[in-house]
Design a protein around this ligand. Structure first.
Ligand code: TNX
Length: 492
């Protein structure tokens, strides 16, 4: 039980109470519809791994050998995402107050099973033993996210779903999609169709472009929701807009229309802020993103607006955050936005460690919530070390230890204002799902533990041993993870 990542709040192993999943095991559900996502996900995982039938039945009809998912009053301390997992030789029971808690409990159960559960049915060769005992667990932060840059290189729906599956394993609950940048616009906007068809037509180095239709985006949203993960779309402005300007030159102040861009420099593009057309563009893009996105948040970027007049930047941030509120959503911006006076409810995302924490402090001083993504800890696009082929270097290298061995409380943001933490995967140098996986694991697991587990549970020495045991699971999942040298993988 002690190898679970993120580390649970409490673990009490019980000898001689192991449960064995058998061909007659059932998932017994009580507590109504909200239990369905966890039950459906767990049944699919167990069926695939064991080859058993694993029917989902109402708790009232379950006989022996049940994995019971029960949604009831499990205690206020568990919140919406916490759970209690009890394993005896007679049953496995996951109790929670809400569906997300059951889902996270199911992920813990998954990690307690032999790693072969991750592969296509190994029926007959593996005993599906769940170690006896009790785990009580709930998260430290409400926001445990990962950002995927689909603008520098485009990744299709199947890749994004596979990424969502990795996030779910480590109890992350947010996928932030960086949908627009200089090199590509990746979401169809009906009122501005050339954004996707022209702006989305290429990628870094002239690699193939692409974009999500509204239906494909919805498909991603639904797939994530079934795994208790919220999709946060980012439309980055007023900089990082070259793809949009190439599609609609009238949004630019320049006399000559900008060409599509396939390099990796930042900071050269800006919307023309004093045109009424720009206001209409902002309102229509945010309106469509809001209509497509059931979650509460829309990310407005705001980073590296080096070509926007400083005098215009603050007014722009205030305008765009207002538009997001007007469409019923909560705006998030990269922490540069905290230069501007912000309305209550805006969220800032800290990333730029070269500002020595100034933008995080400025956000905290305005009393708003902050997501922490300090680049030298959370940017998993950075090389692991000097030998890493993929990745950038500006904030790194970011070793497996760097991504784990840090404390969110050290950034000058009072604990109640820390909404949570987020890993960032920029894709200037990443072209394939294998590249994404290589940069993501093992580091994402550590960032997820920093976001979920209590500070008292953090220990690099024990974490690196627990982490080593996850390698077999990633192998069974066919994940292209990196055997980083700061972990002794032979301990796994
Ligand atoms: C900084 S992080 C950026 C991105 C780059 C990234 C590369 C942020 C808000 N802006 O435009 O892709 O560095 O690490």
């Amino acid at each position: 039980m002690s190898d679970v990542i993120p580390a649970p709040v409490s673990i009490h192993p019980a000898r001689d109470e192991d449960f064995v999943i058998s061909p007659s095991s059932v998932i017994a559900v009580s507590g109504g519809d909200a239990a369905q996502p966890a039950a459906t996900w767990l049944a699919a995982m167990l069926r695939r791994g064991t080859g058993y039938a694993i029917p989902i039945v109402p708790a009232t009809e379950a006989r022996q050998s049940a994995i019971a998912l029960s949604l009831d009053d499990a205690g206020a301390s568990l919140g919406d995402e916490g759970y209690r997992l009890t394993v005896t030789d007679a049953e496995v029971r996951i109790q929670a107050n809400a569906g997300a808690g059951l889902f996270h409990g199911a992920q813990t159960l998954r990690q307690l099973l032999p790693p072969e559960i991750e592969a296509e049915s190994s029926e007959g060769t593996v005993q599906w033993v769940v170690p006896g005992g009790e785990i009580i667990d709930h998260p430290r932060y409400r926001w445990r996210g990962a950002m995927l840059d689909v603008a520098r290189h485009f990744f299709g729906v199947a890749d994004v779903k596979r990424y969502i599956d990795l996030l779910a394993l480590y109890k992350c609950n947010v996928l932030h999609l960086h949908l627009t940048d200089d090199q590509g616009w990746r979401i169809a906007i009906a009122s501005w169709p050339r954004l996707a068809t022209v702006g989305g037509s290429t990628a870094v180095d002239g690699d193939p472009g692409g974009y999500y239709s509204a239906a494909e985006y919805r498909d991603i949203v639904d797939y994530a929701a079934a795994r208790c993960i919220n999709i946060v779309p980012e439309f980055d402005a007023p900089g990082h807009v070259n793809a949009a300007l190439a599609a609609y030159p009238e949004l630019s102040c320049a006399a000559t229309p900008p060409a599509l861009y396939t390099g990796i420099e930042v900071g050269f593009s800006t919307l023309c802020l004093d045109k009424p057309l720009t206001d209409r563009f902002l309102d229509e893009v945010i309106g469509e993103l809001a209509a497509l996105t059931p979650g509460d948040y829309i990310h407005i970027g705001g980073d590296e607006a080096k070509s926007t007049q400083p005098a215009d930047y603050n007014a722009f941030v205030q305008k765009l955050t207002r538009i997001v509120f007007d469409h019923g959503k909560v705006p998030i911006g990269w922490a540069e936005i905290s230069k501007a006076p912000l309305s209550a409810g805006v969220v800032a995302q800290y990333w730029d460690v070269n500002d020595a924490g100034r933008s995080a402090h400025a956000a905290a001083a305005q009393g708003i919530e902050v997501i922490l993504s300090p680049a030298n800890r959370c940017y998993i696009d950075q090389k692991y070390d000097a030998t890493t082929q993929l990745g950038l270097t500006w904030a790194g290298p970011v070793s497996v230890r760097d991504a784990y061995d840090w404390e969110p409380g050290d950034y000058g943001v009072p604990e109640p204002q820390i909404l949570g933490i987020e890993a960032g995967l920029w894709t200037e140098t990443l072209r394939t799902m294998a590249d994404i996986e290589y940069m993501t694991l093992p580091r994402l697991a550590g960032i997820a533990e920093i976001g979920w587990s209590q500070q008292s549970a953090h220990s690099w020495d024990t974490y690196r041993q627990r982490l080593a045991t996850h390698a077999e699971r990633w192998e069974a999942m066919s994940v292209n993870f990196h055997r980083a040298t700061d972990v002794d993988w032979t301990q796994g």
